[in-house]
Design a protein around this ligand. Structure first.
Ligand code: TMP
Length: 233
């Protein structure tokens, strides 16, 4: 790279899935493997959140006492938070050439507020064009899990680590049929975008899932990883 050249744009990978699918655990595994493979900058972020404004919006959205009830109002808030997250965190990191691993992104709005909540896909698509535009994820890992198991896991997690929201948050507390529509919504998104979205069975054991995800990433971005370092750890 000469002095005047900008670094090659980074790679944007998102993780999606219902409650208790294990996204944060798997993001940590992938980040560790990427670092071991020589990827120089791996940035971890999440939605809702990832910037000062979006983290405050997260608190408002997830606390049932302050969350808007209607799915359209929720979607608008998620996209407002996303616009700031993109401006403050994601776009600058991609411009620096970082690998950005993001826990949830637009597919969550399509599945939660769209497929499960009833907001028209066309409305979400317009919002996405305006807010995300060309900065779409390069790859999305969908951790697919029967919601009965996912909700059980989320309940156990809450019981063992009481945090800000000791009670179920706005979405965890929904009925099973909401979570079933959610799962079907995510799978329909994957079927419609098989080049971008890879479905991984989240019932496998933690390390088997981490291996599968690593294999997808290492294959898909072989050139970038080879340029960055040594290949698979
Ligand atoms: P988390 O528990 O994975 O951190 O996600 C927070 C909750 O926010 C989760 O229940 C899913 C929900 N959510 C939406 O409903 N729409 C969205 O666009 C995003 C990003 C999250």
């Amino acid at each position: 790279m000469t002095h005047a050249e900008a670094p090659e744009r980074g790679v944007f990978i998102t993780f999606e899935g219902g409650e208790g699918a294990g996204k944060s655990t798997q993001i940590a595994h992938l980040a560790a493997r990427m670092t071991a493979a020589g990827a120089p900058h791996v940035a971890l972020t999440r939605e809702p959140g990832g910037s000062a404004f979006a983290e405050i919006a997260r608190t408002l959205i997830l606390d049932p006492a302050s969350a808007p009830k209607g799915p359209l109002a929720q979607a608008l808030l998620f996209y407002a938070a996303r616009a700031d997250h993109l401006d403050e965190t994601i776009r600058p990191a991609l411009r620096r050439g970082s690998w950005v691993l993001c826990d949830r992104f637009s597919d969550s709005t399509r599945a939660y507020q769209g497929a499960a909540g009833g907001v028209a896909p066309a409305a979400l698509s317009q919002l996405d064009d305006i807010v995300v535009g060309a900065d779409q994820p390069d790859l999305t890992i969908l951790l697919d899990l029967d919601p009965k198991i996912g909700l059980q896991r989320a309940n156990q997690r809450r019981a063992s680590s009481p945090g800000t929201f000791v009670a179920a948050d706005t979405y965890e507390g929904r009925q099973l049929d909401f979570h079933q529509r959610l799962r079907a919504g995510f799978l329909a998104l994957a079927a419609a975008a098989p080049q971008r979205i890879v479905v991984v069975d989240a019932q496998l054991n933690e390390l088997a899932i981490a291996d599968l995800i690593w294999r997808h990433v290492a294959e898909r971005f072989a050139n970038r990883l080879a340029g960055a370092g040594k290949g698979a750890p």
